[in-house]
Design a binder for this molecule. Structure first.
Ligand code: 4AD
Ligand code: MG
Length: 432
């Protein structure tokens, strides 16, 4: 007999097939009728156990199941009598593969701490499954867009000899006789030599930040996609980011209807975000914030509150560009029109989700970059390989990094970042 996935049962209406999965829930409707919700990762279906159809002995077996038991069910696929596009499974037989004893989640409301300690089980819950499926779509949509636009995958190392985004937030690990290595904060510095080899490159993997931020938007281990392109300047860099994000929005809306509905995500807001993004300068952002009563001063970085204020009136994401150089990393190219500014932009998502991308044109002048590094007391010898990109055929180039979880948060409308990664790593949590 054919084993099918629940997602595909619509193709088997009227046929007898086997489903393998877990028991999400069950209820007794009468002494002869029981409903069992089966799930198998691909979807969920209601199985109907009807004693006159199954016979006494097989019907009795359906009484042995418990929440989250794994089962093998044989039945006939039927169309739901009342709901459109919904299918049911008329049970013929059901066998338990693995009994589940006193499944701890689902009987009552749980606190966040309990759920996080049981993350290995919590991921079976509907909302969590929906978030993880949206994550899957976002991940592949980013890769697809890049692949279709001439970017080659160029994986950067995780063990690195030096910092990319500043030395204060590094995880240090012992490295044989060479002293210490550091877990990568971003693959960007390695992607830059990558463009001299392949033109347009990207990486996508876990990065690590030992920052002591305890917020709804910070993980110590998160997934970043860094992209880098030769001969692309600041304006075009923002254009690529915009196209990429709008591509992701459309993919999520098209592929994740069920999941967005499960999460009660307001799809109209996502659709509205798929329009020309706004661009404001850092200086304009400061005036907007001050007009709104914020006490921010020129030169300050933005926190969540400022990011929310800057996007509250916008249906589309907002780029904040041309930052004072002191506020940004050493590698950003200085603005030819004002040497105190850099050609960097952060992309802020609407609906209070805040920064999802950090990007910039890179300094391509050997001397200017070296001076900037010296001014920041960076060990030049350690970064000679990075400076060499400016020594042997330097080109204007730009890139950006997307925080995968931040983007998934926005797409799925989930307020806490810990729910959009399978096993979150935060400053106060590393189990399970
Ligand atoms: O703005 P960031 O620090 O930029 C860079 O690392 C650049 N080197 C990227 C590049 O140009 N290739 O980080 C990029 C993005 C942020 O916009 C945010 O979405 C996410 O990474 N991010 C975090 N996500 C979760 N937890 C954290 N602690 C994060 N820190 C940054
Ligand atoms: Mg940033």
């Amino acid at each position: 007999m054919k084993t099918v996935t629940i997602r595909n049962i619509k193709d088997y209406v009227g046929e007898t097939v086997k489903i393998k999965g877990w028991v999400r829930n069950y209820r007794k409707a009468s002494s002869k009728l029981r409903f069992i919700i089966l799930r198998d990762g691909s979807g969920e279906v209601q199985a109907v156990a009807f004693k006159p159809e199954m016979g006494q002995a097989k019907f009795e077996k359906t009484k042995q199941i418990s929440l989250e038991s794994s089962v093998e069910a044989v039945g006939k696929v039927s169309i739901h009598p009342k709901k459109e596009d919904v299918y049911e499974f008329q049970l013929i037989d059901l066998n338990i593969i693995g009994q589940s004893e006193d499944y701890p989640i689902g009987k009552k409301a749980h606190g966040a701490d309990f759920l996080l300690s049981n993350r290995h089980l919590w991921i079976r819950s509907r909302k969590q499954i929906a978030a993880l499926k949206i994550r899957h779509t976002v991940y592949f949509a980013i890769c697809e867009y890049l692949n279709e636009n001439g970017f080659y995958r160029f994986d950067s190392p995780i063990l690195t000899p030096n910092a990319c985004e500043g030395t204060t937030t590094l995880f240090e690990v012992p490295y044989f006789d060479l002293g210490s290595a550091f877990l990568s904060q971003s693959g960007q510095l390695y992607l830059e030599p990558g463009i001299t080899s392949l033109g347009r490159v990207y990486d996508f993997g876990p990065v690590f930040r030992a920052e002591k931020s305890k917020t709804r938007k910070h993980l110590t281990e998160f997934w970043m996609m860094d992209a880098e392109a030769a001969f692309v300047e600041h304006e075009e860099n923002m254009q690529i980011q915009q196209e990429l994000i709008r591509y992701v929005i459309r993919k999520v809306i098209a592929n994740n209807k069920t999941e967005l509905a499960e999460l009660k995500r307001d799809i109209e807001s996502l659709q509205k975000a798929d329009n020309e993004f706004k661009i404001i300068t850092y200086e304009q952002a400061i005036s907007i914030l001050q007009e709104k009563g914020s006490e921010i001063a020129y030169g300050d970085d933005f926190g969540a509150t400022q990011e929310e204020l800057l996007t509250e009136d916008s249906a589309v994401p907002v780029f904040v560009e041309k930052w004072p150089k002191e506020a940004k990393a050493f590698y950003m190219k200085r603005d030819p029109e004002n040497e105190n500014l850099v050609l960097g932009a952060d992309l802020l998502a609407p609906e209070r989700f805040g920064e999802i991308i950090g990007g910039s044109q890179r300094e391509d002048d050997y001397e200017l970059l070296k001076q900037r590094m010296q001014a920041e007391n960076m060990p030049i010898e350690d970064y000679q390989w990075y400076l060499d990109v400016r020594k042997y055929g330097s080109v204007p180039h730009s890139g950006f990094g997307i925080g995968l979880e931040r983007l998934v948060q926005w797409m799925s409308g989930i307020r806490h970042i810990r729910e959009v990664i399978p096993f979150p790593r935060m400053i106060n949590r590393i189990y399970p």
